[in-house]
Design a protein around this ligand. Structure first.
Ligand SMILES: [Zn+2]
Ligand SMILES: [Zn+2]
Length: 349
């Protein structure tokens, strides 16, 4: 795309209103790059921001934190071989200095900035990013798949780093949205046996396609019976909670699905801070509850899994839209119409 004086950008102006506007290019800082956005995936947290419920988003803001593109201009201090590079963008920008950054937990940084939340993001033709956020995209990996490395990274951190799922594990995943489905893909690549739970049939069809051993519609079958059937009556070794939202059922269910001494990892984003857990079972059966946040060091291993064909995320990408269709797409996600799982914006459309 030829660079003109201005570029198109979809701006969240106030809750539930996004507008397509022309923005002038800003001057690059020495350590920054200008990226022509080729794909930007819509995320559930964008929907929270769209509805005015995201604590870190203050309009006017260009949303979009799941981004891939091509570098078209570089700042003075940036290596010249980055020009023209196909890349995806690590949206989380840790400070590098706080106690968590110093202890290799950049996802818990207390001073972090975040592209698409505290800085303008990828709902645009172009985007400025610090060069340190650039992750090269292997030739075999498409821009749309590259854009969802952020989603897959969240799932990878939960399943591999936090839950430490291995090939002996029989696990349950609750929630078959993008995070749950990516968690499934990662767990299968690690050799685990997976039972996937949701209440939406078309999402369970995607789970089956992505390799779930068993899929269970919670509104039709007894999930506890089924889990026992496949675990000699014991219950599942590990549960990944990937549903979140406003409901208060999945943590209670997780304790019922778990075996004694089992582990529950929460990666789902809940919309409020208090949820119910079955505390007597949790305590008496010596269960372990873990939290998982962000995607530290996860883009590279995720890209490797995709490049090597160990994970194929195509069934997750259900919709491709232009910049002008963003509001429509957000509303489609909100109502879960048209069998939507993940929407990707192509700003070149
Ligand atoms: Zn996201
Ligand atoms: Zn920090």
């Amino acid at each position: 795309m030829a660079k003109l004086d201005t570029f198109k950008s979809m701006v969240l102006e106030k809750p539930r209103t996004v507008s397509l506007i022309e923005k002038p290019f800003e001057k690059l800082n020495d350590d920054e790059v200008l990226v022509a956005v080729k794909a930007c995936a819509l995320c559930g947290s964008d929907l929270h921001a769209f509805n005015g419920h995201h604590s870190r988003v203050h309009p006017p803001r260009v949303l979009g934190h799941e981004i891939s593109g091509q570098i078209v201009e570089i700042g003075k201090n940036v290596k010249s071989n980055l020009i023209d590079l196909r890349c995806c963008i690590e949206n989380h920008i840790p400070c590098g200095e706080c106690v968590y950054c110093s202890n290799d937990k950049p996802n818990l940084c207390i001073n972090a900035e975040s592209i698409g939340f505290t800085k303008d993001g990828g709902y645009a033709e172009f985007l400025i990013a610090p060069a340190e956020c650039i992750v090269p995209l292997p030739e075999k990996v498409s821009y749309p798949i590259g854009s969802i490395m952020q989603t897959m990274g969240v799932s990878y951190h939960a399943v591999k780093d936090i839950a430490e799922v291995g090939n002996d594990d029989k696990i349950g995943i609750i929630g078959a949205g993008p995070i749950g489905l990516c968690a499934l893909s990662v767990a299968k690549s690690l050799g685990a046996f997976v039972i996937h739970f949701d209440v939406v049939d078309y999402r369970l069809v995607a789970a089956k396609e992505l390799g779930a051993d068993i899929v269970v519609n919670l509104s039709e079958s007894d999930p506890i019976e089924i889990s026992k059937e496949y675990t000699d009556g014991l219950g599942l070794d590990k549960i990944i909670e990937a549903a979140g939202g406003s409901q208060d059922k999945t943590l209670q269910l997780a304790t019922q699905l778990s075996r004694k001494s089992g582990e529950i990892t929460v990666v789902g984003t809940f919309s409020d801070n208090q949820k119910t857990i079955r505390i007597v079972e949790f305590k008496d059966q010596e269960m372990i509850l873990k939290g998982s946040r962000g995607h530290p060091h996860a883009f590279e291993p995720c890209l490797e899994l995709v490049q090597n064909g160990l994970v194929s995320l195509e069934p997750i990408l259900t919709h491709h839209v232009s910049l002008g269709q963003v509001q429509e797409a957000l509303l489609m996600m909100e109502k879960k119409t048209d069998n939507v799982i993940k929407v990707v914006i192509d700003p070149t459309m």
